[in-house]
Design a protein around this ligand. Structure first.
Ligand code: FUB
Length: 457
C-alpha cells in the first residue's frame, strides 16, 4: 500500500478500527494477488511478447468517487509473480483531442510496433471515442498515431484480434457490440463499423432490463483456440460477472457458453483478459481487494486455469494466492527494485538513470521478491541507492518481512533523491530458492530510494 493510500486509509479508519488495523500495519505478510499494491490498477490487457507478459492497465486515482482515470500503466513479468513497474508510457495528454476518461484499452503487436487502442472522451464532442497510439517498444513511449479518433460512436472498451490470415479486427461497445476490420497499418479500417446482433442465443438472457435483453455489458476480449473463436466479456451490470461466447468465425454467429468468473471481489465492474504463456493459460481480471479498494479503486489480479477437454472454460474464482511462479528469479543478475511480488508502503517513480526506482520508503516498508534462486549461497549484496533524507538500512530477510536476516546494507545520505551510489554488504545464509524480503529500516521520514540490486557469490 502506498504512503498516500495509507494516509487516506487512516483518515477513514476511525469508524472501522478493527477492520483497518491489518491493512495499516506494515509488515503484515500477504499473498501475491492483486498483482500491484502501490497504486490502484484496472482493466487488464495482457500481451505476451519476447518471453515476457506485458500487462497494460488503467490507473484509478486515490480518493476517486467516480472513474477518475488520467493515465495508463505498464508492468511486465517473466514468471507471473514478480512484476516490473514500467511506469506511465501514455496518458490523456498523449491525445491532444481528448480531455477525460483514460479507460479500458488493449495493446496489439504487429510488425515490430505496438498499438494501444483506448477509449477516451473527445473534448470537442463530449462523446467517448477510440484513440490509437503507437510505440516501437512494448513499454513505450506511445504517441498518438492519428491526431484524431480512430472511431467515435460514444462506445468504449476496444479489443483487438488478429486472425491467422493476418486480418485484424477491433471489437468494442457498451451498450452495443461492434467490430470493424482493421487494415494492416493497424490505424485505419476497411468497411463500416458493424453491429454484432445481441441475441440471447449469442450472449445469454438478462432479465428485468428490456433495453438490454442480453448479458453483454462491455469489455470484449476475443481470441482463437483450436479453430474456435472466443469472446469473453463483462456481463450484466451491476455488479458484473465475466461470461463468454464462442463462434466458428471472428464475425460470428456467437453462441453463449456461460460464466467464466462469478460476481466476486468488491468492485461493481470486472474486466477480462486471457493469454497463454509458457504452456499455461492465464485469466486476468480486476477487483477491489486492496485496502481502501472498491468500484473506483480497483486492482488487477491473475489466475492460472486449464480449459476443459471439450474446449470450454472452467469457472474461475478470485484468489489471494494468484498464479504459481514460472521458474525462479536469478539474484546474480541486475534486478530492478521495482520488480516486486508484494510491496508494502513503497511507491515508484521515474529514475534519472532510466527506468523506474522505488521511493517514498519509510521505516518498516518492504518489498517481497518471490522464488529467488540463490543456489549454493550468496556472499554479498549490492544496491543502487540515493538519499536526500535520513539514509538507513536494507535488511535482507528470507521467508517473511521478519524472517531470517542474512545481511544488512547501510544506505548513506547521497545529497539527492536521484544522486545515485552503490552500497555493498556481506551476506551469509542465503542459499536454495527463497522468498526474499528487502526490509527498509531507519529513522523518521523518507529514508532513501533504490534503483536496482544484485547479489554475488
Ligand atoms: O475503467 C473504466 C471502465 O470500467 C472500463 O472502460 C470498463 O470496462 C469498466 O471496467
Amino acid at each position: 500500500m502506498s504512503t498516500h493510500l495509507r494516509r487516506r486509509l487512516a483518515a477513514v479508519c476511525w469508524s472501522a478500527i478493527l477492520v483497518c488495523i491489518a491493512a495499516l500495519v506494515p509488515g503484515t505478510a500477504r499473498a501475491d494477488n492483486p498483482i500491484v499494491q502501490h497504486l490502484y490498477t484496472a482493466d487488464p490487457a495482457p500481451l505476451v511478447y519476447n518471453g515476457r507478459v506485458y500487462l497494460y492497465t488503467g490507473h484509478d486515482e486515490d480518493g476517486a468517487t467516480y472513474f477518475d482515470m488520467r493515465e495508463w500503466r505498464v508492468f511486465s513479468s517473466s514468471d507471473m509473480v514478480n512484476w516490473t513497474d514500467h511506469g506511465t508510457p501514455m496518458n490523456l495528454d498523449t491525445f491532444a483531442w481528448a480531455d477525460e476518461n483514460a479507460w479500458a484499452g488493449h495493446v496489439a503487436q504487429r510488425g515490430g510496433k505496438f498499438y494501444w487502442y483506448v477509449p477516451v472522451r473527445n473534448a470537442a464532442t463530449g462523446r467517448m471515442a477510440i484513440g490509437v497510439a503507437v510505440a516501437d517498444s512494448p513499454t513505450g513511449p506511445f504517441r498518438d498515431a492519428l491526431g484524431r479518433p480512430l472511431v467515435e460512436n460514444g462506445e468504449i472498451d476496444p479489443a483487438i484480434f488478429i486472425d491467422d490470415n493476418g486480418q485484424a479486427y477491433m471489437y468494442w461497445g457498451n451498450p452495443n457490440l461492434w467490430y470493424v476490420r482493421l487494415n494492416t497499418d493497424m490505424i485505419s479500417f476497411s468497411g463500416a463499423p458493424t453491429q454484432i446482433p445481441l441475441t440471447t442465443a449469442g450472449f445469454g438472457t438478462r432479465t428485468g432490463n428490456p433495453s438490454r435483453p442480453t448479458l453483454y455489458e462491455e469489455a470484449p476480449w476475443v481470441y482463437k483456440r483450436n479453430g474456435q473463436y472466443y469472446m469473453i466479456f463483462a456481463a450484466e451490470c451491476c455488479s458484473e460477472f465475466i461470461a463468454y461466447s464462442t463462434a466458428p468465425s471472428p464475425t460470428g454467429p456467437w453462441t453463449y457458453r456461460g460464466t467464466v468468473m462469478p460476481r466476486q471481489g468488491s468492485s461493481f465492474t470486472n474486466h477480462p483478459g486471457i493469454v497463454d504463456f509458457n504452456g499455461s493459460s492465464y485469466f486476468f481480471y480486476h477487483n477491489g481487494a486492496l485496502p481502501g479498494g472498491g468500484g473506483f479503486a480497483r486492482s488487477v489480479a491473475v489466475e492460472r486455469f486449464s480449459y476443459n477437454a471439450n474446449g470450454t472454460i472452467p469457472t474461475i474464482n478470485m484468489t489471494t494466492a494468484g498464479a504459481p511462479q514460472v521458474g525462479t528469479l536469478n539474484p546474480y543478475t541486475r534486478q530492478e527494485a521495482e520488480t516486486i511480488a508484494w510491496g508494502s508502503g513503497i511507491e515508484t517513480e521515474p529514475a534519472s538513470e532510466g527506468g523506474m526506482n522505488v521511493g517514498w520508503i519509510q521505516n518498516g516498508d518492504y518489498i517481497k521478491v518471490k522464488g529467488v534462486a540463490f543456489g549454493s549461497g550468496a556472499s554479498s549484496f549490492t544496491a543502487r541507492v540515493a538519499s536526500a533524507g535520513a539514509g538507513g538500512s536494507i535488511e535482507l530477510r528470507l521467508g517473511g518481512p521478519n524472517g531470517t536476516l542474512v545481511g544488512t546494507c547501510a544506505v548513506p545520505v547521497t545529497g539527492g533523491w536521484q544522486t545515485w551510489t552503490t552500497a555493498t554488504c556481506p551476506v551469509s545464509g542465503a542459499a536454495g530458492t527463497q522468498d526474499l524480503y528487502l526490509r527498509f529500516t531507519g529513522g523518521g521520514g523518507y529514508l532513501f530510494n533504490v534503483n536496482w540490486w544484485r547479489f554475488a557469490t
